[in-house]
Design a protein around this ligand. Structure first.
Ligand code: RP5
Length: 162
């Protein structure tokens, strides 16, 4: 099975990444996580993305905050799909990272999710892999049904709480 490669610009992004890895574990999708920065360790970030396809990755997730060019820098060196997670920073609340990640010039796409939304990045990665993996598609469907049931359970109990 293809792996999901996760890169974060700093270990301070870990809480966002943990939301993604929890879902990948739930769906039994193999993954690797690395701390590579587009500006602090550009050579390691470049090498990882250049070698990603031959190392068995099927989708890459890149999470970074502030002037967040990591996802674009990763996408520049691979034709694997890259999902960007803009991370919330201390000054502009993640709007800086959102615009830096989502506004890729034509030719190098980055599928950008919501600010700090590690969960949706993992789900989208799973959906991409499930295009050619029937067993994973079935696990995704089961998870969707379980998540729907959890919301309906909240609906059933909401009046009693008021
Ligand atoms: C980015 O700068 C990282 O992705 C992180 O979100 C932000 C701050 O990094 P630290 O100063 O916490 O290492 O490169």
């Amino acid at each position: 099975m293809k792996k999901v490669g996760i890169v974060m610009g700093s270990d301070s992004d870990l809480p966002v990444i943990q939301k993604a890895t929890a879902i990948l574990k739930e769906l039994a999708i193999p993954f690797e996580v690395h701390v590579y920065s587009a500006h602090r360790t550009p050579e390691e970030a470049r090498r990882f993305s250049v070698e990603a396809r031959e190392k068995g990755f099927g989708v890459l997730i890149a999470a970074a905050g502030m002037a967040a060019h990591l996802a674009g820098a990763i996408a520049a060196n691979t034709t694997l799909p890259v999902i960007g997670i803009p991370c919330k920073g201390p000054v502009l609340d993640g709007l800086d990272a959102l615009l830096s990640t989502v506004q890729m010039p034509s030719g190098i796409p980055v599928a950008t999710g919501g600010i700090n939304n590690g969960a949706n990045a993992a789900l989208l990665a799973a959906e991409i892999l499930a295009v050619s993996d029937e067993a994973l598609a079935a696990r995704l469907q089961q998870k969707r049904e379980k998540d729907t049931a959890a919301v309906l359970e909240k609906d059933a109990g909401i009046t009693a709480r008021l």
